[in-house]
Design a protein. Sequence first.
Length: 505
Amino acid sequence: MVAERPDVMPKVRDLPHKPGVYLFKDRFNRVIYVGKARDLQKRVSQYFHPGRQVRADRKTQALLESIWDLEAHTVKSEPESLLLEGKLIKEYRPRYNVSFRDDKKFLLVKVNLNDPFPRFQLTRVKKDDGCRYFGPFPHSGSLRKTLTLLRKKFHLRTCRPEIPGEVDYRHCLQHIIKNCSAPCVNKITRAGYLAQVKQACDFLDGASGEMLAEFRVEMEAAAARLDFERAAEIRNLLDDLRRTTRPTKRFARQFVTTVQPTEDLRALQEALGLAEPPGIIECFDISNISTTHKVASMVCFRGGKPDRDSYRRYRIKTVEGQDDFASMAEVVRRRYSRVLNEGIRKPGLIVVDGGRGQLGSACRELEALGLSDLPIIGLAKEREEIFRPGQSAPLVIDHSSGAIRLLQRIRDEAHRFANGYHQILMKQRVSESVLDDCPGVSENRKRLLLRHFGSIEKLRRATVEEICAIEGIGPKLAASVVEYLARPKRRTAQVEDESDGDQPF
């Protein structure tokens, strides 16, 4: 007999009129929805006094019928609520949430003060690499506009070479329009440039009052002379600056978290019937689009936490066409052949992303290597079903269990790492490998051409005489290059790895 659903309205009425996040739970105490609000009481009350349009939405109606309890947490501002909402959705993976369930994270600003002439970059992953990080920032558009302003205000470089002025460096035109101090062409000292970088760092840390006051004065002056277009532009810029520099709380793992590595490992041991908690877990994922750049990833968790130094990525070499089963077999064979040959410590659990097919392929390779005693499972994404060797029925673990959340974190990390490698190869293919099949163009000549012209598109526009001007390129080869690039664009053969082993992260 199902118990009667409790009345949650007393909790709704007790909610504060403050920004924060709210969590709806079902009768099994599982989080089924996470939302943010500028005013918690007003926002949550709307669910229980819905209008006609809301009542007509089947998804919202199903959510309301499933709510047995709610939980709320206040924060200082709306941007903080957005950050916390994204963090909790990734952790709980509620069934009624769609946004934030992927592996993307909020933007950070990164600067390496040890570079000769540092530059500010955007990233989504914070690493222990000695760089300074700012953020995360919930409003990416405002952040990008603020960074553009900072680069102009403090004359910071945006170009990619680590050391401006190096031999193959082609400086940009930012110094001509006075947006950059241009250490590549000007005799600026590193100490002088670093002083500008540190002023920009102070601005991102919140010391922005002086600049905001300057823009406010300029906005009022523009309005006084009836230049309302300029005044509106500065007003929007001020909004972006306030959004970016408003201090936000960096939520620690202990805040409203269910990530408890030790307990999650014990729960996983119990769920899978292992002899001991798996201290090392290795997870494999395949990534490909059609037959272009078939790649795979292996991520490693130690003690329930990512061990990024042990991550590996692979390019599939022996599989024709799109065959995830054969690709998984190749990767498992390559990984554990190396484990045996080099005496690497074996994992306590192997996870393959997929169902019975991927699991069966991996098991056959382990058996051939004499490693059939290693615990291995397949994790199917749609229902989070766990497939085990010799078991016909999949194992389904309660989604509120720490065991399944640990497996989800590992699987999502493998998926992110594989997709990242795939994107890197696709970018390299587009930018460099068009010349791979051009007759007479060796690797060295390809580098010469790309270094001189900067890109394939500029090379396409070059004449035979312009290509001939490069040392080492004769008239016959130049004509061959022009003729080849004039043909209709086509997909070229896939480039294989030079090495047989796995590639470290």
